[in-house]
Design a protein around this ligand. Sequence first.
Ligand SMILES: CC(C)(COP(=O)(O)OP(=O)(O)OC[C@H]1O[C@@H](n2cnc3c(N)ncnc32)[C@H](O)[C@@H]1OP(=O)(O)O)[C@@H](O)C(=O)NCCC(=O)NCCS
Length: 182
Amino acid sequence: MPGPPFLEGTSITLRPPHRDDIAFVQRLWNEPAVRRSALSAVPMNDRQADWYYENHLSSTDNIYLLVCEESTPIGMTSLTAYEYGPDATTTARCMELSTYLAPEHQGQGFGTDAIETMVEYGFVERNLRRVTARVGDFNAASKAVLESLGFAREGTLREEMWYRGEYYDKHWYGLLREEWER
Ligand SMILES: CC(C)(COP(=O)(O)OP(=O)(O)OC[C@H]1O[C@@H](n2cnc3c(N)ncnc32)[C@H](O)[C@@H]1OP(=O)(O)O)[C@@H](O)C(=O)NCCC(=O)NCCS
């Protein structure tokens, strides 16, 4: 059972995903408007969804939370240690942020609220020093959210992404704790 929210934003709440949420997560990952941003061209079937739940969503190195409106899941947000590994997260206090909303819930401020809530959790409760995000140049919404929350665009990998026959630049964004505290 979901139980109380783990974190509360202004218009959304964040709670850990449970086994019953696998179908929602699977639907999210198979949505063209969502997987495009992750440049995922791989469908997720039931068995892969179970694997994802066991190996990613249940990992203790990473933090995955469902974004909920009222108590209904509308997306997922995460802070993960993938890029530098759990040891570097422990020493450099850096994690990577990702957020995905179902298409019908995009463009209504929920993403900004979820990311703001997750960033505060990262700095205040997990004592992070830095939050990183990677964004494709085509992703106007993602760039707008990160920039409005004070993330700096730190670098661009030219044509590092490929989707449906086109190459795209990828930007690295970062927010340091002292920048967030200002
Ligand atoms: C990226 C995402 C999380 C943003 O959340 P959202 O709830 O849709 O965005 P918001 O409604 O909070 O809008 C945030 C800003 O983006 C702008 N924006 C929203 N959609 C936009 C679009 N399609 N094009 C340009 N700007 C857009 C808004 O105007 C707002 O800017 P402002 O604060 O200057 O007014 C969400 O759109 C999403 O899940 N997209 C698909 C998955 C994805 O791209 N994830 C990120 C991977 S890096």
